[in-house]
Design a protein around this ligand. Structure first.
Ligand SMILES: O=C(O)c1ccc[n+]([C@@H]2O[C@H](COP(=O)([O-])O)[C@@H](O)[C@H]2O)c1
Ligand SMILES: Cc1cc2nc[nH]c2cc1C
Length: 347
């Protein structure tokens, strides 16, 4: 199913993008003065095949999972916070949960690998493992499970689109997940973990060398193949990261834009684009996370974040904020008049 979905991704409609850009250039404003908003709506038209795209049905899929590498003391918060927040998110009680109420955004909280058994009708059950294995002792998961996690992400994207979503955001909740994210980034870029490991959810600065050592040990032990994204995910990845990459692939296959959240989501985007570079056409960035490796991740991906507000929460919170700007771009394109329509010459 993964490879079939990847093969369904169509190139952007470049002809339509050219005509939308031409019209946007003639809207009643100095040419280019709406900056990135103009680029966003041109890209959206290429993704959707619609000269007047709309992103009014907003949804964020939050992949929740635990990480066995937490046994190595790489995170400050207890792993139980993953489940607590997975419960709180759909109830509107967290960062992303509270702000989703303001923008009428639907939230899907998905258990793709929380380490405890529980019942909660607000959480979508897709548990593949009770947390990953400790990657400092061996592979985080099997190759088969990595593929399944990607497919759950695709399935969740399709589910949200079936329920009416015309734009998706990728979110995650997973105590410890900056550790596998940094490992993946290190493997893909060749940068040493000692150069790119950051504080995650407030891990103490004087312990960062230990966190980098754990990441380095996991890479040395497992020897992920840098040219095989599934091997990287299986050996030093996470279920939440794989799920988000799957959501990006699923959105792309359906011609639906997917907004990347912070550091962890950007690493997931790198994996999705390694599986097929065509996924990138359907991705929009959001914010520049303060996590140390975030700049390297966004530079490697080649999509420049447009929100600079010192965010580093995750949960899809930055993607949610970007929804507002993206929707504004759609209204600009749909509602503004051209110089011709206003009966005046170009200024
Ligand atoms: O999205 C980001 O840029 C981001 C940066 C730092 C931390 N986080 C969140 O914090 C958790 C991971 O941090 P840590 O220290 O437990 O690895 C996880 O639940 C993420 O949602 C998220
Ligand atoms: C409280 C808390 C909330 C979070 N949301 C995303 N990651 C998080 C990590 C912690 C620790």
């Amino acid at each position: 199913m993964l490879y079939e979905t990847l093969s369904q991704i169509k190139p952007l409609d470049r002809e339509l993008m050219t005509s939308v850009k031409h019209r946007v250039d003639h809207l009643i404003k100095p040419q280019g003065s709406l900056g990135a908003l103009e680029d966003i709506v041109v890209k959206l038209s290429g993704m959707t095949g619609n000269p007047f795209p709309m992103t009014d049905n907003k949804a964020i899929i939050v992949m929740c999972a635990d990480h066995g590498v937490c046994d190595e003391y790489v995170a400050s918060a207890p792993q139980s916070v993953t489940l607590q927040q997975a419960r709180n998110i759909p109830r509107g009680l967290t960062g992303v949960g509270s702000m989703a109420k303001q923008s009428h955004t639907k939230l899907y909280s998905v258990d793709i690998g929380i380490n405890t058994d529980f019942e909660d009708t607000y959480i979508i059950p897709h548990k593949l493992m009770h947390g990953t294995n400790n990657m400092r002792k061996g592979p985080a998961m099997t190759r088969e499970i990595a593929v399944k996690a990607l497919e759950i992400g695709i399935q969740m994207a399709y589910h949200a689109i079936d329920e009416g979503a015309n734009i998706l955001g990728t979110g995650e909740m997973g105590i410890g997940n900056t550790t596998p994210s940094t490992a993946i980034l290190s493997v893909l870029t060749g940068q040493s973990p000692f150069e790119i490991t950051g504080m995650g959810a407030n891990f103490p600065a004087d312990k960062l060398k230990h966190k980098a050592t754990v990441i380095n040990d996991a890479i040395v032990l497992n020897k992920p193949d840098a040219s095989d994204p599934i091997d990287i995910l299986a050996k030093v990845g996470g279920l939440d990261i794989a799920g988000m990459a799957g959501t990006m692939i699923g959105g792309a296959a359906k011609g639906v834009p997917v907004v990347i959240d912070g550091f962890i989501a950007t690493v997931a985007a790198l994996i999705a684009c390694e599986l097929s570079p065509s996924v990138k056409d359907y991705l929009l960035p959001s914010h520049a996370s303060l996590e140390k490796g975030a700049k390297l991740a966004t530079d490697t991906l080649g999509l420049e974040p447009f929100i600079h507000m010192n965010l580093r929460l995750g949960e899809g919170s930055g993607a949610l904020l970007a929804f507002g700007l993206i929707e504004a771009a759609c209204y600009m394109n749909k509602e503004m008049i051209t110089f011709d329509e206003a009966g005046i010459g170009i200024v």
